[in-house]
Design a protein around this ligand. Structure first.
Ligand code: C5P
Length: 299
């Protein structure tokens, strides 16, 4: 018997970052939107824990116990006294090290799939606790939709959305390490007064209304200068998308994936084509959100 979970990618429509805390993390006001690009994680009982991966970026995915899917299975097994003997297979469609929570998606997916396989009876709160231990973005991968994350980003409040938002994503030729981007944020901010992160009222209103023009005017990402400092070529990708008619262009999370908000699926196709033709990115994808969080897709 196998269980398959399907888990979406995310884009941060707002990422407000505070000063570094004593524990090295940063307080955030993080507005997540789940978008319809999915990883699928299939768990099958096995003699010992094993991870395999397929998909265009599969060779960049670690197959050892640093993989968040493996860590999720181990954490759940320890808490419920099970053996973590499972084969975890990841069908990967979310870009690796792209700032779209691909690793977090695999953690959340492995967790819900193992939970269904082992019939632990864990409550939603217990699963969310384990997610928060695994990583700051993992709880959001479980819940999906749209949410405000505060603290490290793991304390979630679901948000209303009044419509579907259409996006184009441009994938870069290499990844960026999230800790490196936060370190660059710290370096760039040295000696300056960094305000407490807070969600933007305009942005939450635009999400609630489902208004892409208002959302485009309100998006922000405090990590963008740091990502551009480490990966200056991204400025060319952002400019190409804007020139092609995107309502706005921003780095997704810690990058290097860039995100382009557009009005409808037709403009998504046009912007995607122009971005590819610009030669400023490796590949492009279109997706819309909000998308549902981790769900069991098959048994
Ligand atoms: O929580 P997660 O393991 O996803 O975080 C990866 C890295 O990103 C952390 O080690 C830290 O360097 C950085 N980070 C941070 N502040 C946050 C979330 C992540 O500095 N709120």
């Amino acid at each position: 018997m196998s269980v398959t979970a399907r888990v979406p990618a995310k884009v941060n429509v707002q990422l407000a970052v505070g000063a570094a805390r004593p524990d090295g993390f940063h307080d955030l006001a993080n507005v997540f939107l789940a978008v319809g690009l999915y990883d699928e994680i299939t768990v099958t009982p096995a003699d010992e824990l094993r991870v395999t991966c397929e998909g265009p970026d599969a060779d960049q995915v670690p197959l050892d116990r640093t993989n968040l899917a493996a860590r999720a299975a181990i954490a759940l097994a320890e808490r419920y006294g099970r053996s973590p003997g499972v084969h975890l297979h990841i069908a990967k469609d979310i870009p690796v090290a792209g700032g779209m929570a691909g690793g977090s998606a695999d953690g959340a997916g492995a967790l819900v799939a193992c939970d269904a396989l082992w019939e632990t009876g864990a409550s939603r709160e217990e699963l969310l606790d384990i997610c928060a231990e695994l990583g700051s973005d993992v709880p959001f991968s479980l819940v999906g939709g749209a949410a405000l994350g505060i603290g490290r980003g793991e304390q979630l409040t679901p948000l209303e959305t009044g419509g579907t938002f259409h996006w184009v994503f441009a994938m870069a030729g290499r990844g960026l390490s999230t800790p490196a981007v936060f370190r660059e944020f710290d370096r760039l901010g040295e000696g300056t007064d960094i305000p407490e992160p807070a969600a933007s009222g305009e942005l939450l209103a635009a999400l609630a209304k489902g208004d892409p023009d208002a959302l485009a005017a309100a998006v922000s990402n405090d990590l963008q200068p740091a990502a551009l400092s480490l990966f200056p070529e991204l400025a060319g990708t952002l400019a190409a998308g804007r020139a092609a008619g995107a309502l706005t262009a921003l780095v997704s999370g810690s990058g290097p994936t860039t995100a382009f908000l557009v009005r409808d699926p037709e403009s998504a196709a046009a912007v995607a084509q122009a971005l590819l033709a610009s030669g400023t990115c490796r590949t492009v994808r279109t997706a819309s959100g909000p998308a549902p969080g981790a769900t069991i897709a098959g048994r």
